[in-house]
Ligand binder design. Sequence first.
Ligand SMILES: Cc1cc2nc3c(=O)[nH]c(=O)nc-3n(C[C@H](O)[C@H](O)[C@H](O)COP(=O)(O)O)c2cc1C
Length: 193
Amino acid sequence: MPDNVDDSTVVIDGETLGNTQYMAYVIQETVGADIFRIEPETPYPTDHDELVDLASEEQSNNARPAIKDTIENFDTYENIFVGYPNWWGDMPMILYSFFDEYDFSGKTIIPFNTHGGSGFSGTISTIKELEPNAEVLDGKSISRNDIQDAEQEIVDWVNSLDLKQAEEQPDSSAEAQQPTMGRFLYLCRFGYE
Ligand SMILES: Cc1cc2nc3c(=O)[nH]c(=O)nc-3n(C[C@H](O)[C@H](O)[C@H](O)COP(=O)(O)O)c2cc1C
């Protein structure tokens, strides 16, 4: 087990963000994405030690924690950023729930994560196995030690993907139901409220 499970956080305009949440925030600012936060129905503990224990237990049990909310118009998104912290050399188990729940066939998944030294571990291969009909990009992994100064690095990475800007769409229009270059930003982050 790694000894690097302490978390750090980023403060923006007085608000404390988790590391992965900060990455998501910079991506969202850069591409103008919609954002959905992956949260469990039963909130994760805010106490760090309790969270570490629960994460370990969920992993041992191969758990599939229920996700609190549902994504509307999932079919209309083509390029989807999926972000998560490294937990015990893997994705948090709720990400497995997430990939079970949504079919990414024909879509492009752009993973991003933060970590304490392990990078993505084997999670990119795992996502490819879970979503065999999606294109899974190499993604971007940033250490929590560097996250505070990583804004430009994240912006440069996003711009290097050369994604087209999503067009504005009225929510209820017929066009809003059509697949677009729209991109959806997913975020797994907890424990800092
Ligand atoms: C339960 C738990 C397990 C972790 N396991 C690892 C690990 O195996 N490898 C690693 O590099 N970092 C590990 N970390 C550190 C987190 O990946 C890192 O602090 C991350 O930036 C936290 O992101 P967040 O602020 O969005 O929660 C772990 C953190 C937690 C809470």
